[in-house]
Design a protein around this ligand. Sequence first.
Ligand SMILES: *Cc1c(COP(=O)(O)O)cnc(C)c1O
Length: 397
Amino acid sequence: MEESAGMSLPPVARAEIVVDLAAIRHNVAVLRELVSTDEAGTGVAMMTVVKADGYGHGMVEAAGAARAGGADWLGVATIDEALALRAGGDSGRVLCWLGVPGEDYAAAVAADVDLTAYSTAELDEIAVGAEQAGRPARLQLKVDTGLSRGGAPEEAWPGVVAAARAGEQAGHWRVTGIWSHFACSDEPDHPANDVQERAFRDALDVADAAGLRPEVRHLANSAAAILRPSSRFDLVRCGLASYGLDPAPGHTRDLGLVPAMTVRASLAMVKSIATGAGVSYGHTWVADHDTTVGLVPVGYGDGVPRHAGNAAETWVAGRRRPVRGRICMDQFLVDLSGDSSGDPAAAGDEVVLFGTGRAGEPTAQDWAEACGTISYEIVTRIGGRFTRRHHDGGDPA
Ligand SMILES: *Cc1c(COP(=O)(O)O)cnc(C)c1O
């Protein structure tokens, strides 16, 4: 019998995303141990970032696994995500960081969510929200140290800090954190990392001089948490690595992280094609030998990148099987040739797009490289008509 990447899983569903919550729990515990014991890392807390539906893994379920693995904080982009965590039963610390004018800050304050402000305009809105909620907000301030994305520009920082201190004294909020975000943490030797860390320390000095005493100062995402101990401060914000994927391919040593997501389907059809047959739209692949192709019933409508055409590989009957021709909206084809013992697979057999890699199947990182993107995008975009199932595979050895 052929070894299957999905061997321990139930019979093949039409097309499903299977998420191993034990892997997330394990990864969070490994990362927490790493950042709190390495070098000067005493007392570093762990935030697991579960935005964008837990990077495609299911936000509430991923959050539960992260808490079980020791996450002190959860991080999300939007207030809606934070409220969904509360609705899902999470009562721990949750930070969100991407508001737009007119957000329902009162609801976020009432739900005990830590908010992030980038500007005095945002502070004004949060003050109104806190008043409506009838209690002080928990407020963090973000400074732009060089990503040029969100956060207060350095020239506006003293004004934001002064307004935050005044609002604290007026009882609108307590300033719980000050933070920033790296541009190039996946390139540890990039000079921007030093520049940003220095700018962050300067920004902290400005806040300190104004009388702010935040609980947590934080700068590092996954790559920086792993590769740059000096950037850990009081808290690290780990997203991708929590799901078992490598945030800085080529730089990260093996930490024993386990990819939590396996994406698989049932082959819809298996057929022989003759030398010279063109495969899929545009005939971008033409069979150069008599072969057998398998029809995979998912496509770009389900988040399978169209760039995977003629580039990515799948796993069927114990072997890597290349994608042939273009990815269509609902389906694509893989080449099942190469077995001496006749057709290696039949309709209804399992095809794994990507998984842990343990049995030899491709990983999300392999798909990212094949598609010219990053594994973040591969796991976050997969969805569409795939069903998603969570299981607990037990703690990885
Ligand atoms: C998404 C995000 C993170 C997590 O980044 P990873 O590289 O996935 O660890 C951390 N901080 C902020 C502000 C983010 O937007």
